[in-house]
Write a protein that binds this ligand. Structure first.
Ligand code: DC
Length: 229
């Protein structure tokens, strides 16, 4: 097996358990966890802070040419990755539902996708990566060894997101959050460029009523059994 293909991809809609699972799978395998959503969120914040007109693609493209984005290791087994943009620690600022919506909007801009896909592929070049997002199995790492696509009922995903945000100290309205999640997933699925979709060769796991530890066990079992690809 070539080093380059020692990549696990975990895609799916929001609140499906991707982050927790990716972190745990990465820790168990000794791989690096790559949170591609954090990168879209960081770019959304960067463009917002600079007040860039998102309809002006050339401006977006030229602004991104000076993007200085760094990812730091996750904070503990269940912590988020650290994100630093232009020397500013934005790890917490990007984790709001509003920044998720803005990230979804900027993720449909070709210049943004080109830039971040290139960065993600550079990070994955050495292999031993667990990448999570929307297009990691379809576009970013189409030749990844192990691909997973997670699904769960929207109500359950909304409930998990509320729990996650409250645990991080954010007060949220559950109904409003569910409406945002449903809109964001629809937009992510319907966009032309790299939409959220299952890779043909991905294993689909419905996490609605399975305990996260059980899903993690299933993923690791699959990875360890399918030794070559
Ligand atoms: O995974 P997340 O909630 O942090 O992602 C935020 C948004 O970023 C998501 O709604 C769409 C976009 N995104 C994307 O287009 N492609 C990815 N690989 C990851 C995220």
């Amino acid at each position: 097996m070539s080093e380059q293909r020692e990549i696990v991809t975990i895609d799916g809609p929001s609140g499906v358990g991707k982050s927790t699972l990716s972190r745990r799978v990465a820790a168990a395998l000794g791989y690096t966890y790559l949170d591609t959503g954090a990168m879209y969120r960081a770019v959304a914040l960067y463009l917002q802070q600079l007040q860039i007109d998102l309809d002006d693609e050339e401006k977006v493209r030229s602004t991104l040419s000076s993007l200085d984005l760094q990812l730091l290791p996750a904070d503990g087994e269940d912590g988020d990755v650290g994100v630093v943009v232009g020397g500013q620690d934005v790890s917490r600022t990007i984790r709001t539902p509003e920044m998720g919506m803005l990230a979804s909007r900027v993720s449909a801009i070709p210049a943004v996708r080109e830039k971040l896909t290139e960065m993600q592929q550079a990070i994955g070049r050495a292999g031993k990566i667990v990448a999570e997002g929307r297009d990691t199995g379809t576009v970013v790492f189409p030749d990844a060894c192990w691909k997973f696509y997670l699904e769960a009922d929207p109500e359950e995903r909304g409930r998990r997101r509320v729990e996650q945000l409250r645990a991080s100290g954010q007060e949220v309205d559950a109904r409003e959050l569910l409406a945002m999640i449903v809109k964001r997933d629809r937009d992510d699925q319907e966009r032309t460029l790299s939409p959220l979709q299952k890779a043909e060769d991905a294993l689909v796991i419905d996490t609605t009523s399975i305990d996260i530890q059980e899903v993690c066990r299933k993923i690791l079992e699959f990875v360890r059994e399918k030794k070559s690809c």
